[in-house]
Structures are given as structure tokens and as C-alpha cells.
Design a protein around this ligand. Structure first.
Ligand code: ATP
Length: 238
């Protein structure tokens, strides 16, 4: 199905995701524009990871529509979805630990689209990875591994990045370094969907946010338009 040219980069519409008979995501609507940072917050089990899985084509049963760049991508293979410009930035620990930094990066380059971002940009933006490019990814610190995961995704010249808990287990200083890269990614017109446990950080970086509660959107808006109390209430369902 083709959608109008004016539709947002990503348009999740009326999406439900099932594990067997259990509806983990229940009629969710989420949009992300090019160059926009959108955060998904929610307690453990709210459905954040499941939503990302559905977008990247790794959920078994999905209903609704997931429009990306004007086309419905539900039912497409992960490979096809990646080739069309959506890259998942996984937790750094999910790299190939026995491959070198450079080999891990090359995987992103190989699966993606060719565009303005190349190895020179990545070495420029992550000088530490240039230093370590022949080391095995598994020998790097947690923060460096997370940088490899982000750099690998960028080398695919994505139109949309899905960031899954990229700050998990990292020192605040390292997380600051990672988040400092976001404005540059936005300037390139890349949309960013962030799933993050740390609500404060997640809201600080977001243009818009959605709070999930038991698989439904309980609150959505712009961070500066809501109070902390309101967010907490919809986060826990009080
Ligand atoms: P967390 O922050 O703990 O990762 P989350 O918001 O990402 O939580 P999901 O992992 O998406 O939540 O889980 C949503 C719901 O789906 C939960 O009730 C969870 O138990 C259930 N669930 C997740 N994965 C599976 C699975 N493979 N099989 C069955 N149920 C699952």
C-alpha cells in the first residue's frame, strides 16, 4: 500500500502486536519525522521493545499499518526493512565480540544504503574507534562498544534510527558523549526513535515523547508541555 508523500517518515497506525493470544501492543499510534527525536518511555513490560521489534520486522504477529517513507512495511523481512533505511542501534553488548571494530562497522556499511556517511565521517566522529579499529569488539569498554553499535548503524546511511536502551549499564560521562552526537544526526535529517529506561534523559533529548502503559499510549506530547507529575502518573498508571 502506498501513502501520501506528505506522511511522516515513520507512521505507526493502530498497531497491535501479539505473543500468542497476548496483545503486548494495543492499537498504538506513533509518528517520527525526518530530523526528529522521539522518545518512548514506559515501565518494564510496557511494550517498548516489542514496538521496536514490530518496526524492524521481528515480531511474529502484527496488525495495523507501519508506514515508512510512504509504504506499509508490515510483513516485510528485516533485511528488506533495513535496506529501505531503518537501522536498529542495539545494546553495545550485542555486537560480534570476536570480530574487530572495523569488521563490525563494515557489516553496517554492507547491509545499508550508500550515502553521504562513510568511514571517514565515522573515524572523525569517533576518534577512539579509529585507534581501536583492529581490536576485537569484545575487548572494548561498554561505552566504546556502544559507540561501535551507533557508528555501525550510521554507516548504513539510515533514514531512521531505532535506539534500544543505549545508555544501559554505562557511566553517565559516557552516556553524555553518546547523546552529544544526536544533534549532528538530526542535522542530517535522520529520524531517531529512542527507547530508554532513564526518563529524565529520554525527555531531555526528545522533541516529542510517547509513554506506554500495558501496551497502550497513556500520554504523548512535547516534553516541555508536561509536568513531571503528569508523566509519572501515566508511567505507572496511577
Ligand atoms: P523492558 O523495559 O523490561 O524491556 P518493555 O517495555 O520493552 O520492557 P516488552 O519487552 O516489549 O516490554 O514486553 C511487553 C510485554 O510482552 C510484557 O508483558 C512481556 O512479558 C511480554 N513479552 C515480551 N516478549 C515476549 C515473548 N517473547 N513471549 C511472550 N511474551 C513476551
Amino acid at each position: 500500500m502506498s501513502m501520501s508523500a506528505s506522511s511522516p517518515l515513520l507512521a505507526v497506525e493502530g498497531v497491535s502486536v501479539f505473543y500468542g493470544k497476548f496483545r503486548a501492543i494495543d492499537h498504538v499510534d506513533v509518528t517520527v519525522g525526518g530530523g526528529e527525536v522521539v522518545s518512548i518511555i514506559g515501565a518494564n513490560g510496557a511494550g517498548k521493545s516489542t514496538l521496536l521489534k514490530a518496526i524492524i520486522g521481528q515480531a511474529d504477529r502484527v496488525e495495523g499499518t507501519i508506514g515508512f517513507a510512504g509504504e506499509d512495511i508490515i510483513g516485510r523481512s528485516t533485511e528488506a526493512i533495513v535496506a529501505s533505511g531503518i537501522m536498529l542501534v542495539p545494546e553495545g553488548r550485542r555486537l560480534f565480540p570476536s570480530l574487530t571494530v572495523e569488521e563490525n562497522l563494515r557489516l553496517g556499511w554492507d547491509v545499508g544504503r550508500k550515502g553521504e556517511i562513510g568511514f571517514a565521517d565515522v573515524w572523525h566522529q569517533f576518534p577512539v574507534l579509529l585507534q581501536r579499529r583492529r581490536q576485537k569488539a569484545g575487548s572494548l569498554s561498554g561505552g566504546e562498544q556502544q559507540m561501535v553499535a551507533l557508528a555501525r548503524a550510521l554507516l548504513a546511511n539510515p533514514r531512521l534510527l531505532l535506539c534500544d536502551e543505549i545508555s544501559l549499564g554505562l557511566a553517565p560521562r559516557v552516556v553524555n558523549e553518546l547523546y552529544a552526537l544526536i544533534p549532528d544526526i538530526k542535522r542530517r535529517g535522520i529520524g531517531i526513535l529512542i527507547v530508554e529506561q532513564d526518563i529524565e534523559r529520554s525527555l531531555a533529548v526528545a522533541d516529542r515523547f510517547y509513554c506506554l502503559l500495558e501496551g497502550k499510549v497513556s500520554l504523548a506530547g512535547r516534553p516541555h508541555e508536561v509536568t513531571r507529575d503528569l508523566v509519572i502518573k501515566h508511567y505507572f498508571g496511577l
